[in-house]
Design a protein around this ligand. Sequence first.
Ligand SMILES: Nc1nc2c(c(=O)[nH]1)N[C@H]1C(S)=C(S)[C@@H](COP(=O)(O)OP(=O)(O)OC[C@H]3O[C@@H](n4cnc5c(=O)[nH]c(N)nc54)[C@H](O)[C@@H]3O)O[C@H]1N2
Ligand SMILES: Nc1nc2c(c(=O)[nH]1)N[C@H]1C(S)=C(S)[C@@H](COP(=O)(O)OP(=O)(O)OC[C@H]3O[C@@H](n4cnc5c(=O)[nH]c(N)nc54)[C@H](O)[C@@H]3O)O[C@H]1N2
Ligand code: SF4
Ligand SMILES: [Mo]
Length: 726
Amino acid sequence: MLFGRAKKNPIKLPDKEIVEWKYTTCGYCSTGCSIEVGVNAEGKGVSARGVGGADVNRGKLCIKGIYEFELFDSSGRGEQPLLRDKTFEPFRQVSWDAALDRTAAEIQRIQQHYGRDSFAILSTGQILTEEFYTLGKLARGVIGTNNYDGNTTLCMSSAVSGYKRSFGSDGPPGCYGDFEHTDCLIAFGSNLPEQHPIIYWRMREARERRKFPLIVVDPRVTMLAQFADLHLPITPGTDVVLLNALAHVILSEGLEDRVYIDAHTSGCADFRALVAQYDPVTASRICGIDADTIRNVARLYARAGAAMSIWTMGINQSTHGSDGVVGINNLNLITGNIGRPGGTSLSITGQCNAMGTREWSSCSGLPGYRYLESAHYREEVARFWGVDPEFFPNKRGLLMTDIFPAIETGQIKGLWVIATNPMTSMANTARIRKTLEKLEFLVVQDAYRDVETIEYAHAYLPAGLWAEKEGVMTNTERRVNLIRNVLTPHGDSRPDLWIFNQMAKRFAQGRQMRFPEAPSEVFDEMRELSRGRLVDISGMSHEKIEQQRGIQWPMRDGAETGSPRLYTDGVFQHADGKAKLIPLPFVDDNERPDEQFPFWLNSGRVVEHFHTRTRTGKIGNQNKFSPTPYMEMNPDAARALGIEHMSYARLVSRRGDAVALVQLTQRVGRDMVFIPFHFHECVNRLSLGLLDPHSRQPAFKQCAVRIERIEQQDAAAVINRAARTF
Ligand SMILES: Nc1nc2c(c(=O)[nH]1)N[C@H]1C(S)=C(S)[C@@H](COP(=O)(O)OP(=O)(O)OC[C@H]3O[C@@H](n4cnc5c(=O)[nH]c(N)nc54)[C@H](O)[C@@H]3O)O[C@H]1N2
Ligand SMILES: Nc1nc2c(c(=O)[nH]1)N[C@H]1C(S)=C(S)[C@@H](COP(=O)(O)OP(=O)(O)OC[C@H]3O[C@@H](n4cnc5c(=O)[nH]c(N)nc54)[C@H](O)[C@@H]3O)O[C@H]1N2
Ligand code: SF4
Ligand SMILES: [Mo]
């Protein structure tokens, strides 16, 4: 029997006349989903679908991946290089030669006049690994500035620093497959369903098959917290205290894995002495989680057959970011949960290729996790590249968050910004604006022309985007994925790799060195340099990566495939082969709410937007869900101030003010508001961004504001000015 409208008006999908499906990988978040882009007879990208045989996403995509093909023709793309003599004069369209010649000449002028390090380079986590490697060769081996870093300092540097301190090297040891083996999962400051929807889907599938407890530590009731068995609404910035208390309970109740600690770690005595001070009652007064919950979670974690921790920006973006990561590693080391199926300490990466830059860009040293401090590594890479080892500095220069103050004080005079938009993404917008205005020369290389940072530039280099280029990216679980070139770059924009190679030719030293043009040839160089390193990719090639839909490093020459986990043998990268248990005394150094500024200002993301909206702001199906800056506010707190749902309110901090639309919700407590940072002229006008002492990452998520009612008519005008309309 037929029900309903079986015959009448059957749903018809428009035929998009796709002639070919082209394989590639998503270029938004670090999940690393394989995508096929449907291309029509005119060569336009018109559709997308997930790749069924890819282990990461198994045919699924999130809203960003589904509409990513619309980026190729989206508004605001850069089409032609631009130059001007002074900021705020109109730009003139110029040829590539003119733009590159002028940029190279300015770099040389500034370096000759003020010294090599007076020209800085800021890169990203969003270009291809071959591009990162080439930029590293250019920055370290040709231009020779030591002030070379990337936006990963806003994002992953606490994870990198924490891994290095605990294990002796960067490199997340686990994989998504661990969800299928774990018996207990703690997520710290990570909102998977919105920020890594496909990792979330993998976790949920695993949890549906084999029920395991999910504990979420987040001051806000995120979507992940809603699905958790236990939600710990921690006082912002105090995760280290909770972690110390969990270790306290485990050690004082004898629940630790003694055999693992003795065989594979050092420093236990000092660690034990420190955590002795963090009994659950004392800790609960600082971190806001009651003592019994702390005891419960500690017992659950330690008694689980295998237990794992994941974390993202709630941990990394803090003045205790690096310590938070070490604290999570400590917890996993004392319970023997590293390098085992379901037992791991897995940092969930942010940008699509934040891992690639860590591995190959030379930002933090030299390629392949080599550091500048080692004469042996300097010699090795210098020989390989054909430069004098003395040309390399013997220690790392300034990180991104220290480069801006160095511009302020006049040490740095010129800047090359590649695929990052600090005018919107750095804390304290007013200060960043003043800082950029001080530069003698600013060149911005971006796929879009309408990026806020370009307003302060002297030169603009339009770059190809995502699958307009070819190369690899590494995802959260160390899986190297392939971006195949689906379409040619928009207008006269060029792949970043091409731009770096052209720049190298404009320097005498660059002309003497090898700068291969084909991404696969660049990959060959990386492969050679990776032999015998932790990040060994000597067994990989672009073809093998495509065949296997991504391969996890290490994969040594001759191996069939990659390795899902690191440290399975319990041998770590410190000289003695052991992991370090590191005591973490807590010092409360945040700006906290007080009488004048009574609310915590928390910030982060929503599922439909990516960062500063240069891309997702142009896609109708994403922008329509959150077209305007808004804040989540607790209804009781709003009532006390006479503020209504869907009205505009003014936020004031010690840095500045901003206007946002009020969304009343129980997701935040009475003393907190949450604002997605995607909108220019909103949250970062207010934020403080104190820096972590180890990683130099800003505490984007902790500062204090007050909230005021305002005239609605004025507000609409302010917000229309602030929110970029496309
Ligand atoms: N849709 C979408 N997905 C993205 C991105 C995007 O822009 N849009 N960006 C990508 C990038 S680069 C990144 S880095 C990731 C970020 O991914 P996530 O870190 O998951 O996202 P956020 O919203 O920045 O922050 C996560 C949570 O940290 C919590 N938090 C705040 N303070 C604290 C604290 O003191 N302790 C704890 N435990 N938690 C705290 C916040 O309440 C928030 O819910 O997402 C990636 N994926
Ligand atoms: N308040 C607050 N601030 C934050 C955060 C927060 O949670 N709260 N999160 C921080 C974090 S984790 C991050 S990662 C940063 C992100 O901050 P940004 O890096 O500034 O953000 P994006 O908008 O991703 O900037 C990337 C730029 O690269 C361009 N682009 C994309 N693909 C390509 C390409 O292939 N080539 C070139 N040349 N350009 C390309 C895009 O158009 C865009 O302008 O923001 C940080 N800022
Ligand atoms: S989860 Fe991340 S990688 Fe996968 S489709 Fe969505 S944005 Fe792309
Ligand atoms: Mo990030």
